[in-house]
Design a protein around this ligand. Structure first.
Ligand code: SF4
Ligand code: SF4
Length: 235
């Protein structure tokens, strides 16, 4: 079995639903401008994607406080904790094969002003050909839409890279129309990027935390994830 197939098998065994390799050399300068020159040690990145529970995602359609809190704990603590532990295990397995590897935790931002982590999981997943970044700014797979959580391992292992796929949102505007914070704009055709005002989203979250008098770190409304027709399995 070749290295890429071995890696995908191990990732699926560890519970991920998707695994792909990305050649990140074309993005090195951009990534280095954010995170520094360490990135040049890693020509490849492995994208690992976990499919969220429909029960948990659908529970937030009503935007009730208790379901919201439970959903945020599920995504940002339970799922990401599990992904992080398994990324540590997979990193060790790659190192034992003689390669360098560096797991990027699933949801711990290190640049608060950009609300971003060390390396963009979405950039890597898109470069690996596992899906696209939608108008909502979320990462979507063809099968599961945005009902996914992502993580990444940087490596110098010689893996077979995927090819990016194009955006398949088409004429859909559901997330733009339904975002309660008005944080999602029309697709920017000049930059070929979504138009998201992350601070409007953040402000809406903070206002609601104050209104509900709750202390958990994240209580994102998540509607853009739940209402996207892609990946929905409601009867
Ligand atoms: S999480 Fe809620 S407020 Fe933020 S962009 Fe999505 S729908 Fe809008
Ligand atoms: S709701 Fe529609 S436009 Fe928004 S991300 Fe999903 S498919 Fe794309």
């Amino acid at each position: 079995m070749d290295l890429t197939d071995w890696l995908k098998n191990e990732a699926l065994e560890l519970g991920w639903d998707y695994c792909g390799a990305a050649d990140i050399r074309p993005y090195h300068d951009y990534l280095a401008s954010l995170a520094g020159n360490f990135i040049y040690q890693y020509p490849m990145a492995i994208s690992l994607i976990f499919r969220l529970s429909d029960g948990a995602v659908d529970s937030i359609l009503g935007q009730e406080q208790d379901k919201q809190m439970s959903f945020n704990n599920y995504c940002y603590h339970a799922v990401d904790h599990m992904q992080n532990i398994n990324a540590v295990k997979l990193t060790r397995m790659i190192e034992k094969k003689g390669f360098r590897a560096y797991p990027i935790p699933a949801s711990y931002g290190v640049y608060p002003e950009k609300l971003a982590g060390l390396v963009s999981h979405k950039l890597v997943a898109r470069a690996a050909g596992l899906g696209w970044v939608g108008k909502s700014g979320l990462f979507l797979t063809s099968q599961d839409g945005p009902r996914v959580r992502l993580t990444t391992i940087l490596t110098n292992a010689g893996l077979a890279a995927g090819q990016p796929v194009s955006n398949k949102c088409g004429s859909c505007t559901v997330c733009i129309d339904d975002c309660p914070a008005g944080a999602i704009g029309e697709w920017d055709h000049d930059t070929n990027l979504p138009r998201i005002d992350v601070y409007k989203c953040y402000k809406y979250q903070e206002e609601r935390k104050r209104k509900w008098n709750i202390k958990i770190d994240r209580c994102i409304c998540g509607l853009c994830q739940a209402i996207c027709p892609r990946g929905q399995r409601l009867g």
